[in-house]
Design a protein around this ligand. Structure first.
Ligand SMILES: [Zn+2]
Length: 198
């Protein structure tokens, strides 16, 4: 589903479209809200990142997928090799094996698209070990991001444990200006810092 068909959330949708157009989309995004609209938005992001007939428009959404090309239709049907979706299984939980599998697959270059996208649907269903699994791949996933190691880089997670581990990994990689957000996302929100909610 292209951005233009997602119901509501105009401000956030325009921000996402602009970030994709300028190629400054953050490597990770957290969409919080009722299931259908957040899932639609995640799919729209994956399509806009990979569509072969991207629609660029100076007056409305800066960049949006066509919604009709082979890439867009396969992403919508969860059949595109570069857009990986992780969702709870029969148990209602997302298990560590599922996360390890997508982490392994996501460390390769895209097969045919421009950007590989991993969508974790219902991330609150991740079992605790599964929440920590992507940390192990941080070293490998940094390469394509092309971050400037002397610029301020903030790491944040829910409780503070994973961001501490991530900060020490980044330090070893040469990052010299790191900020580990004490108290995690809860403290960030409580302090009144901005969060774009969908
Ligand atoms: Zn398309």
């Amino acid at each position: 589903m292209p951005f233009r068909d997602v119901v509501g959330h105009r401000r956030a949708i325009e921000l996402l479209a602009r970030s994709i157009h300028r190629d400054v989309l953050p490597p990770s995004l957290l969409f919080a809200g009722p299931g259908a609209s957040t899932r639609d938005t995640a799919i729209a992001v994956a399509q806009a990142l990979n569509c072969t007939q991207l629609i660029v428009d100076d007056s409305g959404l800066a960049a949006d997928s066509c919604g009709r090309c082979s890439t867009c239709t396969r992403i919508a049907r969860s059949m595109h090799p570069d857009v990986l979706v992780v969702a709870p299984g029969d148990s209602g939980a997302i298990k560590i094996e599922q996360v390890r599998e997508v982490v392994d697959r996501s460390s390769y270059r895209p097969f045919e698209g421009r950007r590989r996208v991993v969508i974790v649907s219902s991330a609150d269903a991740l079992v605790p070990h599964a929440q920590n699994a992507p940390l192990a791949s941080l070293d490998k996933s940094l390469g394509p991001l092309n971050l400037e190691k002397d610029k301020l880089t903030a790491v944040i997670c829910a409780g503070g444990y994973r961001s501490s581990a991530a900060a020490s990994m980044l330090q070893k990689q040469g990052f010299s200006n790191l900020l580990n957000v004490a108290g995690g996302t809860g403290a960030w929100v409580n302090a009144g810092y901005p969060v774009d909610k969908l």
